[in-house]
Design a protein. Structure first.
Lengths: 140, 184
């Protein structure tokens, strides 16, 4: 089942604007490889689920997939063939707000080539441009 | 091991506008502090910083106005996409300082004899070493891949890096591989 919050304070929220780059969640933390967004955008819960399935099917048995984003925000829509007015529409889907730099998914236990292949399948499902990144170099 | 020499220039102007100019000119703002001396605002070449990162060693020799200080890189600030270093924090250290510390051991590999009834018995998960206080290793690897049944790894077998000395007796057993079928 697609991700969604257990409980929210307000069912309907304004969409807002996505400004600036990600200052948090922009590094690889859990795995060795990450899929980093290069554009701002909204990624729906269904898209995250589709990406998760594509990634886990690829790395099954050899690696582990981490999802670094969560769809916190509700997006409303109006039913088809209804007139304007009569208040705001009902919540239709849940989306994760993604800024440039946000790490969307991570992979652990796979080679760079395998990670590239895996994330290539994932990238085709995403509404934002992405790239493969590794961990930041650590100084000993 | 020779440490990388980072040639730095003093930075007189600070602030957002000047650091942006500095970065666009291919330099990285830096700070040097500690060891009973004044803090200095510096700038270093971005190419040099890349070389330091590629070497992977945090110990550098910082040259400012002809004088050289040994320092460790305390923090690197990266941009959003982790491609460029935006700022370097360096702390001066005592070049003659030594420390005796316990360093954790990291066990790497699996002996093939584990599949034929062998079992590993760990005696020690740390080793005491004396080294320069600015070059304490995070861990020391213990290679177990080639361990045969009945053999053991002692302190003498550890790959202690150059310039460091193990304080534990050389014959101290770290880990041994024993045969469970003939165990007493």
């Amino acid at each position: 089942m697609a991700l969604m919050p257990k409980r929210v304070k307000h069912r309907k929220v304004q969409r807002g604007r996505i400004r600036g780059n990600a200052s948090r969640g922009n590094t690889v933390v859990f795995g060795e490889w990450g899929l980093q967004s290069l554009d701002p955008g909204h990624v729906t819960a269904q898209t995250i689920e589709a990406c998760r399935i594509a990634a886990t099917q690829y790395v099954r048995g050899i690696g582990k997939v981490y999802i670094r984003i969560f769809p916190q925000k509700s997006v409303t829509s109006r039913p088809l063939e209804t007139r304007m007015g009569k208040g705001k529409g009902e919540p239709d889907r849940w989306v994760a707000v993604v800024k440039p730099g946000t790490v969307l998914f991570e992979l652990k236990g796979v080679s760079r080539e395998a990670a590239r292949d895996c994330f290539n399948r994932v990238a085709h499902k995403l509404p934002v441009k992405v790239r493969l990144i590794g961990r930041r170099p650590e100084l000993e | 091991m020779e440490d990388y020499r980072l040639v730095a220039e003093r930075r007189t102007s600070t602030g957002k506008r000047d650091t942006r100019k500095l970065r666009s000119a291919g330099r990285v703002p830096a700070n040097l502090y500690g060891f009973h001396k004044d803090n200095v605002a510096l700038s270093v070449s971005a190419d040099d910083v890349e070389k330091v990162v590629a070497r992977g060693s945090r110990v550098v020799d910082v040259e400012v106005d002809g004088s050289v200080d040994k320092a460790v890189i305390q923090e690197l600030q990266w941009d959003t996409f982790s491609t460029h270093v935006r700022h370097v924090d360096m702390m001066r250290v005592d070049p003659d300082g030594t420390a005796t510390v316990q360093v954790p051991l990291e066990f790497v590999g699996e002996p093939p004899a584990l599949k034929t009834g062998g079992q590993l018995r760990y005696h020690q998960k740390h080793v005491t070493i004396t080294c320069a206080d600015y070059r304490v290793p995070r861990h020391i690897d213990v290679l177990l891949g080639s361990l045969e049944m009945g053999e053991s790894v002692t302190v003498a077998d550890l790959p202690i890096p150059e310039g460091m000395k193990a304080e534990d007796p050389a014959d101290t057993v770290i880990v041994e591989l024993y045969d469970t079928r003939h165990a007493e």
